[in-house]
Design a protein around this ligand. Structure first.
Ligand SMILES: [Zn+2]
Length: 561
């Protein structure tokens, strides 16, 4: 790129001050360096989708204070990034690190792919607040998964716990509608009474007071599935008044996909709130033809003035709990209530019939259901196997093997479902109203996580987009990919000081080799870090240097403001 063009871009992108600084460098007269750190010689992708341009970046503390030509001696420290790209740190709008981050505060699965901020509390389920009827269940579930005691209750004490532990990347939290409802009345299939609703709305206010950035629903899960739309609208109105976001794992991603997208849009319209449709997909081959229609609904809602966007991860498989194959009535009350139902021959027969029916539609076969984690030692052998293989091992029908696994694991089984078509994954990812979100979480290949075979998205989402969909498939260009990972989620969340390379923005940065990024996490070997991500900075501090974690913990709880 010519120098003239570079300068023009400075002016267009609001870099006049930076250019002025370069032309009239008053600081050159000072003895002390002007910057704590200078990133020298990089090619900038500023997060807006604009073409890349050459400039140095100067940081003071946690802030970008200059973009332009900066003399090396002006930095207390210099990072030579010639030949590499530098972008705003990736903002993962759809993370489930709520609990795992406490066990894995280094968040290696995230920072090593360039993620610098995660939004947790998605799919209706948040780490906080934990109270009332929800407290016991949440704490027990947490203990099972990670072995760390949940010693917080509300949003403030959860953030306090993260700050005390020290984490490597920033965290923002959505309030889980399911969590709030479970706290209030448990996992019961009925509407809230007016008094109960008042209590839940108060809990929403409190959560927002303590810094939550919005509300999420998980309407395919308990108790989201028992929640009438009006209840969500009432909660979303409270969030809208405070400028927050409504993120929805919608009520159905299969045969009723279009109806479910419409429900989310209607909630946005009625509550006057920004809407994020989480992990947009059409799951199950019989439903693949609905994907285009779902995008059309989002487009037309925006034309009507509803501020709705979606996120997606770059894989043909999703991952969730195996209990999703039990219908709503069978899951009421959670595992303590449904395990006896599985033991009763009559109710078991009905549960079995309905599961067979469901699996025929989605994902469309038992070979497409691959177990990713179990709790018991004796069943570790089935991790990584699909339900057809497990059925053969146990010499029974696949549906019976599935129910046996749920029973033996007391409902705590995760699986990977190969439910999406490659064409739809590309259709969704390339759509201008869709950003990247991993649906993964903070882990590392150590401790309990090493005994699981999780979906590779926790380790590979962002590098897979950069390698496979940008470089190999040419689905969109690099600036567009970075925009989908930075300014788009920042704007949708209302994070005003992150997501762009500009003066005054927080210094969350990822430096990478665009031609050399390789995603190494696969469905058979997911605990693999990508290569080609050279340096990652969070709030001005290096958390990854020369491709390795530094152990620094500069991450912050990002409270709404
Ligand atoms: Zn979800």
């Amino acid at each position: 790129m010519s120098r003239a063009l570079t300068r023009r871009r400075f002016l267009r992108e609001g870099g006049t001050a930076a250019l002025g600084l370069a032309l009239a460098p008053a600081w050159r007269l000072e003895a002390a360096p002007a910057f704590d750190l200078v990133l020298k010689g990089g090619t900038l992708l500023d997060g807006t989708g604009a073409p890349a341009w050459q400039a140095d970046i100067g940081l003071v503390g946690d802030t970008i204070t200059a973009l332009g030509s900066i003399a090396p001696e002006q930095g207390r420290r210099l990072l030579d990034i010639a030949g590499l790209h530098v972008a705003p740190g990736f903002i993962d709008i759809h993370s489930h690190s709520d609990f795992s981050l406490v066990a894995y505060p280094g968040a290696e699965s995230r920072i090593l792919q360039g993620i610098t901020t995660e939004i947790t509390g998605n799919c209706g389920s948040s780490s906080a607040p934990i109270a009332g009827l929800g407290a016991q269940a949440s704490r027990r579930g947490f203990l099972n998964d990670t072995g760390v005691e949940a010693d917080w209750s509300d949003v403030a004490s959860y953030f306090g716990r993260l700050e005390k532990t020290g984490v490597s990347l920033n965290q923002a939290l959505l309030l889980g509608q399911g969590t709030l409802r479970q706290n209030a009345i448990g996992l019961v299939d009925r509407p809230l009474s007016p008094d109960e609703l008042k209590g839940v709305l108060r809990a929403v206010e409190e959560g927002l007071d303590q810094g939550a950035v919005g509300l999420s629903t998980g309407l395919e899960y308990t108790p989201g599935m028992y929640t009438p739309t009006e209840e969500i609208v009432a909660m979303a109105r409270v969030v809208a008044r405070r400028g927050g976001l409504y993120a929805s794992h919608i009520r159905n991603e299969e045969a009723m996909l279009l109806e479910a997208v419409n429900e989310a849009i209607n909630i946005g319209r009625q509550a006057g709130i920004r809407v994020e449709i989480s992990h947009l997909k059409a799951a199950g081959e019989p439903n693949w033809s609905k994907q285009r229609g779902a995008l059309d609904l989002i487009e037309s809602a925006r034309r009507d003035g509803v501020n709705v966007l979606a996120d997606a991860y770059p894989y043909i498989a999703y991952s969730t709990g195996l209990s999703i194959f039990l219908r709503g009535w069978a899951r009421e009350g959670g595992p303590p209530a449904y395990l006896p139902r599985l033991r009763d021959p009559d109710t078991r027969a009905r549960i079995r019939r309905e599961a067979v029916e469901y699996i025929r539609n989605e994902p469309g076969g038992y070979h497409l259901i691959q177990i990713s984690s179990v709790q018991s030692q004796k069943n570790k052998v089935v991790v990584g196997k699909n339900m057809q293989e497990i059925a053969a091992l146990w010499k029974m029908e696949p549906v019976d093997a599935l129910l046996r696994l749920l029973e033996e694991e007391e409902g705590s089984v995760s699986y990977i479902g190969f439910g999406m078509s490659p064409e739809n994954v590309e259709l969704v990812l390339s759509h201008p109203l869709v950003m990247i979100g991993s649906d993964g979480y903070s882990i590392a290949p150590t401790g309990r996580a090493a005994e699981t075979r999780p979906h590779p998205r926790s380790y590979g989402t962002y590098s897979r987009v950069l390698q496979h969909f940008v470089r190999e498939r040419r689905l969109f260009d690099l600036p567009t990919a970075v925009k989908k990972m930075t300014s788009m989620p920042a704007d949708q969340l209302g994070l005003r000081d992150r997501g762009r390379l500009a003066r005054g923005q927080k210094a969350d940065l990822v430096v990478f080799d665009a031609a050399g990024v390789v995603d190494r996490a696969s469905f058979t070997d997911p605990h693999q870090y990508p290569v080609g991500i050279a340096h990652v900075l969070v709030n001005g501090a290096l958390v990854v240097e020369q491709g390795r974690p530094t152990g620094a913990r500069p991450g912050r709880a990002l409270r709404n403001s």
